[in-house]
Design a protein around this ligand. Structure first.
Ligand code: ADP
Ligand code: MG
Length: 710
């Protein structure tokens, strides 16, 4: 396949096969994904439908056959060389004629030779055109074929041969460009683990990685690629996680810890209990998302599709007008010939595939053209605080009892409620309580009533007692009395960047617990880089108190809105969107999923490789490194710049070409040469996106930053 039109045609053909529910063809990946009823449709049927259009199916995941590259086509090469020779001779002849060296160009290349070059050299294209016309579609190639027929009819045999030459040349360029883009994906595919060594009935056997069952024991030797997502049962090793995270710096993993498929054990022998295999593994999902990136079309891509749809009828109309009204058959031929460039259709998929593919290798998963476009255009950047700007693993820093309670009692009371919460604050309390937590464990849970107040705290009724833990706001809302001494103290702690949790037992305040989270060290540098990329506003949204949030926002030099409930965050996103802004939101994808979903582009970062983040966001940052956020923005802006240039450039070029041809200023031979130029430019332009990723500066530890007591 060498243009988006090919992909669309194959898609339609596959959908027409009985039993096929849906089909998507990715030009970039060179792959069709089909959902079908295996009782009604067969692989052979589908392959037949594709081959009827003149394409070849080179393998499938179902039959386990690995895709093979097309064999070098002897006919293609031989006929190509013949056309090149004839076309050169014709062009030399034309030049010589102009210079008055010979009388007629046809002396150098007699008509029968030119005709032979047209028929032999043009055959691969004519065949494709015949097959597509039979399938009742008209492509730009069909127009050009019409142009060649026209040139033959008006007796310009040499010109027809030159047109065929440039047509083949453009085809080659387009195939080459699509192939280069595909490379970015293929490099990723090459990292896929193929084989696994499993223990079955006490014996070690090699099986395809996708056929390992969940729960099976997989053996990994030093230096080998881990074939599945799973947990280490025994052994320890330095693991290179670059295939997932883009980071080559190894991490140490030992018994009980998780490892991911496609990562490499550098120095240890491991036994791994398989959990997710093949397409279900994290790497499998990344691969699928990258391959399907093209399907999630951006506005620009949809525009290109619309343009392509109107293109053929418009061009045919112009050619007809040039002939019937302008009275010039030669101008009509030139119009048909100059318009053939497949560039419009090629312009966006190539850039999208190249950008998504190379981003994936750096640990940034961009889910398709739409996300790429939104990220490139985003002018408002919203940041979640907990888990995003900070590590999301706060720790208790101090406990302030009320009356004659002890700090241990305050923690123990808080733990009664926090046991039921998933919030990072709860984890901090539970860690501080440690062993003491066990005294309230073992209760019968049926007697427990848990109320979660999102963005405020938790309220638990248990054994006739009521425990409330949460923000000052929660206490105010529930009319729980707060002694002034505690609120004053809380304000001081908050001004130092801490979060204060209030604890009450049976409606009476027991004390407060201050917690503090570690800021992510590389965030300031990343935010500086982001600001330089030019979003209009960068703003922290948090449910935390205004003083703590303000302290962090000030340290980072960004705006801040604090004490926001989850629904307030969505409202902020909506309000900006109502002003016509494009909103990007960075969150951890766990407690801010709704706001991430509402944003034009949701970027999930945090404890990565998590299924939730991968599925919820438009862009997933696969490792804990803020620097990848500006990197993602840079990649998308680069790609979008290229897309815009490719798209508008080709449209402008073709319009000019068609106009010049229609009024007779562009003879057919020059028209044929002109239609190759956009393909060339697209190739060069998109090539900029395919440069290999820069090594991350892993060694340099970013400077520490933060506020108050950490
Ligand atoms: P963020 O926007 O920082 O992710 P949240 O909306 O999750 O914050 O929470 C906002 C505030 O609500 C916290 O700072 C805390 O004061 C309070 N809170 C939420 N859940 C709990 C909990 N389980 N225990 C105590 N306090 C909580
Ligand atoms: Mg959060």
């Amino acid at each position: 396949m060498d243009c988006a039109d090919c992909a669309a045609r194959i898609e339609r053909a596959l959908r027409r096969v009985a039993g096929v529910e849906s089909a998507h063809v990715s030009l970039g990946a060179g792959r069709a994904t089909v959902v079908f009823d295996s009782a009604r449709a067969s692989e052979a049927r589908m392959a037949q439908a594709v081959e009827a259009l003149g394409y070849r199916v080179t393998g499938s995941r179902l039959s386990g056959q690995a895709p093979v590259g097309a064999a070098p086509r002897l006919y293609g090469i031989a006929s190509g060389l013949f056309v090149v020779a004839v076309a050169c001779a014709v062009l030399i002849g034309l030049a010589a004629e102009r210079l008055g060296l010979i009388e007629a160009a046809s002396r150098l290349v007699p008509a029968p030779v030119a005709l032979a070059a047209v028929l032999i050299g043009g055959f691969p294209i004519f065949r494709k055109v015949f097959l597509t016309v039979r399938a009742r579609t008209v492509t730009p190639h069909a127009l050009m074929t019409l142009g060649i027929v026209g040139a033959l009819i008006i007796g310009e045999y040499g010109a027809a041969a030159v047109i065929v030459f440039f047509m083949r040349f453009a085809d080659f360029l387009e195939a080459y460009t699509a192939g280069r883009a595909r490379q970015a994906i293929q490099e990723l595919v090459a990292l896929q683990p193929l084989e696994a060594r499993v223990v079955r009935d006490g014996a070690e056997i090699d099986v395809p990685a996708a056929e390992v069952g969940a729960g099976e024991t997989v053996l990994v030797k030093p230096g080998e690629r881990i074939p599945v997502d799973g947990t280490i049962i025994s052994g320890r090793a330095s693991i290179n996680q670059a295939p997932i995270t883009g980071e080559a710096m190894p991490v140490l993993r030992a018994e009980g810890q998780a490892v991911l498929a496609a990562t490499i054990s550098l120095d240890g022998a491991l036994q791994v209990r398989a959990e997710h295999v093949g397409a279900d593994s994290t790497f499998g999902r990344i691969l699928r998302l990258v391959e399907e990136a093209e399907a999630r079309k951006s506005g620009a891509q949809r525009l290109a599709d619309r343009v392509t749809a109107y293109y053929v009828p418009v061009v045919t109309g112009v050619a007809a007008a040039a002939w019937l009204i302008g009275g010039s058959a030669s101008a009509a031929v030139a119009v048909l010939v100059v318009s053939c460039s497949c560039g419009i259709a090629l312009a966006t998929p190539v850039a999208v595939v190249a950008a998504v593919g190379s981003a994936a290798r750096r640990g940034i998963l961009i889910k398709g053209g739409a996300a790429l476009e939104a990220l490139a255009r985003a002018d408002i950047l919203l940041l979640d605080k907990t888990g995003t700007l900070t590590m999301g693993r706060p720790q208790v820093t101090s406990v302030h009892p009320e009356g004659d309670r002890t700090p241990a009692e305050v923690l123990a009371i808080a733990a009664i409620a926090e046991r039921y919460s998933e919030h990072p604050a709860a984890a901090a309390v539970m860690a501080a309580v440690g062993e003491a937590a066990s005294w309230s464990a073992g209760n019968n849970e049926a007697a427990t009533q848990v109320e979660v107040a999102p963005g405020r705290g938790v309220i638990v009724h248990e054994h006739g007692r009521q425990v409330v833990v949460g923000s000052q706001r929660l206490f105010v809302e529930r009319d729980l009395p707060l002694p002034e001494r505690l609120t004053g103290q809380a304000e001081a702690l908050e001004a130092a960047g801490q979060t204060v949790l209030f604890v009450a037992l049976d409606g009476l305040i027991a004390g407060t617990i201050a917690i503090s989270d570690t800021p992510r060290p590389e965030a300031p540098e990343a935010l500086r880089a982001l600001r330089a990329l030019g979003p209009k506003r960068i703003m922290v949204l948090t449910g935390d108190n205004a003083r703590a949030a303000g302290a962090i926002a000030d340290a980072l030099g960004v705006e801040c809105r604090a004490e926001m409930l989850p629904e307030d965050k969505i409202e902020v996103v909506r309000a900006f969107q109502a002003e016509g802004r494009v909103v990007a939101m960075v969150g951890d994808g766990i407690n801010d999923a709704p706001a991430l979903a509402q944003a034009d582009v949701g970027i999930a970062m945090g404890d990565t490789g998590t299924a939730a983040a991968l599925e919820a966001a438009d862009v997933a940052i696969m490792r804990d490194d803020w620097r990848l956020v500006p990197e993602a923005v840079r990649i998308s802006r680069g790609a979008f710049g290229v897309i815009r240039q490719n798209l508008y450039g080709t449209v402008a070029y073709n319009l000019t070409g068609i106009t010049l041809a229609a009024v007779g200023l562009l003879p057919p031979v020059l028209a044929a040469a002109a239609q190759v130029i956009p393909d060339f430019l697209i190739l060069l332009n998109s090539g900029r996106l395919l440069r290999s990723p820069r090594r991350s500066e892993a060694g340099a530890a970013p400077p520490r930053w933060g506020v108050g007591a950490q």
